[in-house]
Design a protein around this ligand. Structure first.
Ligand code: AMP
Ligand code: ZN
Length: 494
């Protein structure tokens, strides 16, 4: 049985601002492009949230039986520090600060990105192309845009002519901005810019003498504009028009808006049928971001070595925490929220262990499996509503615990079915894993640590510093760090 034929999948399309029934261009196949990281620093948990939303979407589409080609790029050139496109390249800047080659920066942070995603149990995309690996394709697109009259060259740089484009097309369709408003809100050009209008954006930038990342082009040595890479790589691997394009909400404008304009200008079609945008992870109510200190790194979650945390958490707890929110809702990060998620996660994992050991019982199944299953699929088919799915999973958890206590019954075929679907939803689609330190082990470790911390406090109160230091040092040798704060002592496991 193909479930996607029985119940329709609806996706919220940011282009139309409504939920639409998903119909792929080629039946049974899905082409999906997601903007990847700019690899100039460690990915923070906010970045992970966006990529995790699309990992879950990729997993569900595959589960439904689609053959998915999932392209997620690596941005290793062209993303400038300043939105007005006059600043330094983010990667080149980091290379200068760390006294490394730009490609050493790219390698270092790409490895970090892969390592972190693996810890969170991501499925790798089908293709992971890099911007620097597609300079030729980007130059070809610039040529096409110039040939069609929408690009102009000035002093070795090429710009997209937004006003010309807007004569026959609509610039701002995705972000719901119109050109008039953009003009009113733009700063005047400062006389140093080569652009005709402030709204124009760079397709190709001339490399000044000191600029290290440079390639030959018909317009002299330079480097591609940031928006261009995604047009080049998506058309190359998915075609001029494909099914799904995703990214964080903050990429809608100018990045995705410019992708639409470039694609229309060079290929004569809007690139994407369903635009999907994941909402932000916030910390203290503000967006987590690489360029400010307002972020938390995944490594800090695992070790607990952050001022925002009282202890460490295994990756699946953080994954569960993110899956408890809908991908289009803002999610605020806090220690308390993670602690609550850990409780829920442990309960779910315990139930999965119990389920694996359960035997059939009684002469009927005292749970409406069909309705439960339909509810779970309805949740996912309603724009990937994982919080509702998780609420449904806890209905099954209640039943599993009743079965364990002999308070409910289940026939053999129902038990096989329950196991099959619980495994599919929990492990295959939500991507959770049974992780050590997350269940009984975690509880007993916490208990033992409380005991040791109390003993150490008593020793310190008695001025027995030899004993208190011994406890701290020997724990440290075992990879457990104690941290004294104003709210008492906490520990983290490295
Ligand atoms: P970047 O490496 O800055 O190009 O960002 C990589 C991805 O992370 C993009 O899709 C961003 O939209 C997304 N992103 C950045 N900050 C956050 C955040 N605080 N919460 C969720 N996603 C974010
Ligand atoms: Zn992109």
């Amino acid at each position: 049985m193909k479930l996607y034929q029985e119940q329709e999948l609806k996706i919220y399309n940011s282009l139309t601002n409504q939920k639409e029934v998903f119909k792929p261009i080629n039946e049974g196949h899905v082409g999906m492009y997601v903007c990847g990281p700019t690899v100039y620093s460690n990915v923070h948990l906010g970045n992970v949230r966006t990529f995790m939303s699309f990992d879950m979407i990729f997993r569900y589409l595959k589960h439904l039986g689609y053959k998915v080609r999932y392209v997620r790029n690596i941005t290793d050139v062209g993303h400038l520090v300043d939105d007005a496109e006059e600043g330094e390249d983010k990667i080149a800047k980091k290379a200068r600060l760390e006294q490394l080659e730009p490609m050493e920066i790219v390698q270092k942070y790409t490895l970090d990105f892969h390592d972190i995603l693996q810890k969170f149990n991501f499925i790798p995309p089908s293709i992971e192309p890099t911007a620097t690996g597609h300079i030729i394709e980007q130059i070809e697109i610039v040529k096409g845009i110039i040939d069609n009259g929408y690009g102009y060259e000035v002093n070795g740089s090429v710009y997209f002519d937004v006003h010309k484009f807007n004569e026959k097309n609509e610039y701002g369709v995705l972000s719901k901005r119109n050109l008039e408003d953009l003009v009113n809100n733009s700063r005047e050009l400062d006389g140093q810019s080569d652009k005709k209008n402030p709204q124009d954006f760079a397709l190709w930038k001339k490399a000044e003498e000191t600029h290290i990342m440079r390639w030959p082009s018909p317009w002299g040595e330079g480097f591609p504009g940031w928006h261009l890479e995604c047009t080049a790589m998506s058309t190359k691997y998915l075609g001029k028009r494909f099914d799904i394009h995703g990214g964080g909400m903050d990429l809608k404008f100018p990045h995705h808006e410019s992708e639409i304009a470039q694609n229309e200008a060079c290929c004569g079609t809007s690139p994407v049928n369903y635009w999907m945008h994941a909402n932000m992870l916030t910390l203290n109510g503000k967006k987590m971001s690489k360029s400010t200190d307002n972020n938390i790194l995944p490594g800090e979650i695992f070790s607990g070595s952050s001022k925002h945390l009282s202890k460490g958490f295994v990756p699946s707890v953080a994954r569960f925490f993110m899956m408890q929110a809908h991908y289009r809702s803002i999610l605020d990060f806090s220690n308390d929220a993670l602690l609550a998620s850990e409780k829920g996660f442990n309960k779910l994992m315990e139930a999965m262990k119990t389920l694996d050991k359960l035997e059939p019982s009684g002469d009927k199944t005292s749970f409406n499996l069909e309705v439960w299953k339909r509810n779970c699929y309805n949740a996912l088919n309603d724009d990937f509503n994982t919080p509702i799915l998780i609420a449904d999973l806890f209905e099954a958890v209640k039943y599993i615990n009743q079965l364990k206590d002999g308070k409910a019954t289940i026939l053999p075929e129902s038990l096989a079915e329950l196991k099959k679907y619980m495994h599919a939803f929990v492990f295959e689609i939500l991507g959770l894993e049974q992780q050590s330190g997350s269940s009984d082990d975690g509880d007993s470790l916490t208990g033992v640590m409380e005991l040791l911390i109390n003993l150490r406090n008593e020793a310190r109160a008695n001025k027995d510093f030899a004993t208190s230091d011994k406890i701290r040092d020997e724990l440290s040798a075992l990879g457990i760090q104690l941290k004294d704060g104003k709210d008492g002592t906490s520990f983290s496991v490295s």
